[in-house]
Write a protein that binds this ligand. Structure first.
Ligand SMILES: [Fe+2]
Length: 433
């Protein structure tokens, strides 16, 4: 039997006492037993937890192991074994305990269209070994293979079926830099539209055809991510918080599944979020989500506001902002360029900061960044490199570095910090110059 661990290993959803371990076996048709181990050291001399999981064909031979009883804010190493074959080892890390004031080092990535470029940025992200990695959506793109691309994605057709989505995820995970990023740190991913279909909202057109497609896409997403919960009845519970001591409450949002004509989040998710925003005792309230949050007026012919972003739901955005007075941070993606700005209420109060990650590989649109900057005084930074966010939240401040590479059409680009910003809870200040 060839080594079945070709898609790599991953961990995610860190809590103070545990994480989820993930792998998916390839080349099998029958159920298989998979042994797993967690150790304190990367040579597995001190194995402190182990067990056996069952990889089932119905779940594409994916394995999601819930490990409990770990120490808080601690590095662990894990691996799998099946049929005499060993997986690569991964490094993970638990969250700190509820009263911890320890800073949290995080990275955020998004938008990784396979045909558009190499995942060099992920290699650099992996080298940073952050405490946690957030993925802000567009992990895959559902489109058919284009005539021209930096590399060839599988399958050739647009993905609409469970088999198609599974093959698309497997194609993306054939990239060793993406596998390295998963093996380097625990992930907390959120999805945007392309994990299912371009610009879909909620239940789409309501047809059985669309709902079957969405259920297939959600199942394949689960099968390839280290998530705590399984899909059920065609849905998947994605909004959740991951809390790091009294320093940061990372609130991962679902801007697709419950979206409707007058809501980005749906009533239940909004109520959950508003309650937590108002009541959380932690220093930083961090929204982990895909879409440009602050107002972005694009000069030129109408429409000047992008209705697909939060500018399409200004009332709901205002209700979220009414729940905070400061210390709000929003992490976003989607637009394939990097932005940073202040979050200002309609009453003129600066309550936080938004950091928009560019893209790991997806091509940027033709956009007039400087023109948009000039038309929006609260927006303070624009950059067109591919890259990711690298940040630290602490009791004193919240820092974000925009990390970028000069090219993705060939391998090997070095990474550098393009700009770095800091906030103490109101507006942002550039600190790299
Ligand atoms: Fe994207």
């Amino acid at each position: 039997m060839p080594n079945p661990f070709t898609l790599g290993v991953a961990s995610g959803e860190p809590l103070p006492d545990g994480v989820i371990l993930w792998t998916r076996l390839t080349g099998l048709s029958r159920p298989a037993d998979v042994r797993w181990q967690v150790a304190e050291d990367d040579r597995f001399a001190k194995v402190i937890r182990q067990g056996v999981a069952r990889a089932q064909p119905a779940w594409a031979h994916s394995v999601h192991v819930k490990v409990e009883g770990l120490r808080a804010a601690t590095d662990y190493f894990y691996r799998f074994r099946s049929g005499g074959e060993l997986s690569p080892a991964g490094r993970t890390r638990t969250a700190p305990g509820p009263t911890s004031t320890q800073p949290v080092r995080f990275a955020a990535a998004n938008c990784q269209r396979f045909e558009h470029g190499w995942y060099t940025a992920y290699r650099h992200l992996a080298d940073e070994r952050p405490d946690v990695v957030f993925h802000l959506g567009d992990y895959i793109y559902e489109y058919a293979r284009p005539a021209h691309g930096v590399r060839r994605v599988d399958p050739a057709d647009e993905t609409t079926t469970l088999a198609g989505y599974r093959a698309r995820y497997a194609s993306y995970r054939s990239d060793p830099d993406l596998r390295a990023a998963h093996a380097a740190a625990p992930w907390v991913p959120v999805w945007d539209d392309h994990e299912v279909m371009d610009n879909y909202h909620g239940r789409g057109d309501g047809s059985d055809r669309f709902l079957r497609r969405r259920a297939a896409a959600y199942q394949a997403y689960y099968e390839h991510m280290p998530l705590r919960v399984r899909p059920r009845d065609g849905g998947l519970q994605m909004y959740r918080r991951r809390t790091y001591g009294v320093i940061a409450d990372f609130m991962a949002l679902d801007v697709r599944q419950f979206r409707g004509p007058a809501t980005m989040l749906g009533a239940e998710q909004e109520a959950w979020l508003v309650a937590r925003l108002a009541a959380t005792p932690v220093r930083w309230r961090v929204l982990v989500q895909p879409l440009f949050f602050t107002r972005r007026f694009v000069p030129g012919p109408a429409p000047n506001l992008r209705k697909e972003s939060w500018d399409g739901q200004p009332e709901q955005r205002a209700r979220l902002l009414a729940a905070v007075s400061q210390n709000l941070v929003v992490l976003s993606g989607d637009v394939h360029n990097a932005w940073a700005g202040d979050i200002v209420t309609s009453a003129g109060a600066t309550v936080g900061a938004e950091f928009v990650g560019s893209a790991i590989s997806s091509n940027p649109p033709v956009t007039d960044g400087p023109g948009v900057l000039a038309a929006n005084p609260h927006l303070r930074y624009f950059d067109a490199h591919r890259g990711y966010l690298s940040g630290t939240a602490s009791a004193t401040d919240f820092r974000v570095a925009f990390r970028g590479v000069d090219h993705v059409d060939r391998r090997g680009a070095p990474v550098r910090t393009l700009a770095e910003f800091v906030t103490e809870g109101g507006g942002i200040r550039r600190v790299d110059v």
